[in-house]
Every structure is written in C-alpha cells, then in structure tokens.
Ligand binder design. Structure first.
Ligand SMILES: [Zn+2]
Ligand SMILES: [Zn+2]
Length: 62
C-alpha cells in the first residue's frame, strides 16, 4: 500500500507517526526515533525537531 507523507508529500510504504505533532512522516522527514520502556516508540519529525520545547520533551522522554 502506498501512502503519502503528511509533511513532504512523497509516496512511501513506510510512514511513522510523529509523537509530537501526530503527522505520519516518511523516513526522510523523521529526525530521530527511540524506544522507551521497551514497547513505546517515540518518533520526532524534522518539523518538531526545530521546536526547542518539543526537542527537550523528546530528550526527556524515557
Ligand atoms: Zn516526508
Ligand atoms: Zn512532528
């Protein structure tokens, strides 16, 4: 199934939901991702990475 990235609009098979703005973004728009508590995957998109407050939240998310 082909879907579209909600950030750049490119078509991709793999979209991940940004944990901060809730948009489905492609790998290019995903800035970083990490796993917390072994089950939750936290994703931050490049749009949210530019936001200092969100970036701090991402770093503090354990
Ligand atoms: Zn994208
Ligand atoms: Zn985002």
């Amino acid at each position: 199934m082909i879907r579209r990235c909600e950030r750049c609009g490119s078509e991709t098979h793999l979209l991940e939901k940004c944990s901060f703005c809730g948009k489905y973004v492609c790998r290019q728009c995903e800035h970083a991702a990490k796993r917390v508590k072994k089950v939750t995957r936290v994703v931050i998109c490049k749009g949210c990475f530019g936001d200092t407050k969100k970036m701090k939240e991402y770093e503090n998310w354990k």
